[in-house]
Design a protein around this ligand. Structure first.
Ligand code: FE
Length: 171
């Protein structure tokens, strides 16, 4: 019997120089050690930190209502809301559970979690840098995959997993 050709796996080697694939079995974990606190009530869990393409994928969890620092993006952002809701001061829409959001390069915004929401969790893919700015757009600081790496390394060291725990999320 001849096998169904559609079921034959690719027979050649993968290209030289290709990165390894990555599987994170459960992204919305409650293992507290995986969540780095960025500021009071604001946590980030690294999913994929890509230093050669300059982007990072992380889960943002906010367990209080309030503001996240105003910033401008140099690259595109994709977001998927897993829990709760949030909005930007600069837009009239609200991102609710199940929503997908695209943020174009160049956009400046300020994230707000409304008072009635006590926990929001969102998966963000962030390309390039975010620059913290004042209301007139003057830069006051920045964040990118490399500043994130430093934060996660310090966090994993502190909780006993070791700074190099972060390496499994890197490509
Ligand atoms: Fe943003």
């Amino acid at each position: 019997m001849t096998p169904n050709p559609d079921l034959i796996p690719y027979q050649k080697p993968q290209p030289w120089g290709m990165s390894a694939d990555m599987v994170v079995p459960s992204i919305d974990t409650d293992d507290e050690r995986l969540w780095a606190e960025l500021s009071p009530g604001v946590f980030s869990r690294p999913i994929h930190l890509n230093t050669s393409a300059g982007y990072y994928v992380h889960l943002l969890k906010v367990t209080r209502s309030g503001l996240l620092q105003r910033h401008r993006h140099s690259g595109a952002v994709h977001a998927y809301v897993l829990k709760g809701k949030w909005r930007y001061l600069e837009h009239d829409w609200v991102a609710t559970e199940g929503a997908y959001i695209y943020e174009p390069p160049g956009e400046t915004h300020t994230l707000v979690v409304p008072p009635e929401c006590n926990e929001m969790v969102t998966l963000f893919t962030v390309h390039g840098a975010l620059m913290f700015v004042d209301p007139q757009g003057e830069a006051t600081g920045y964040d990118d995959v490399f500043t994130r790496l430093e934060k996660y390394r310090a966090h994993f060291e502190k909780v006993g997993l070791g700074a190099d725990y972060v390496k499994q999320f890197m490509r």
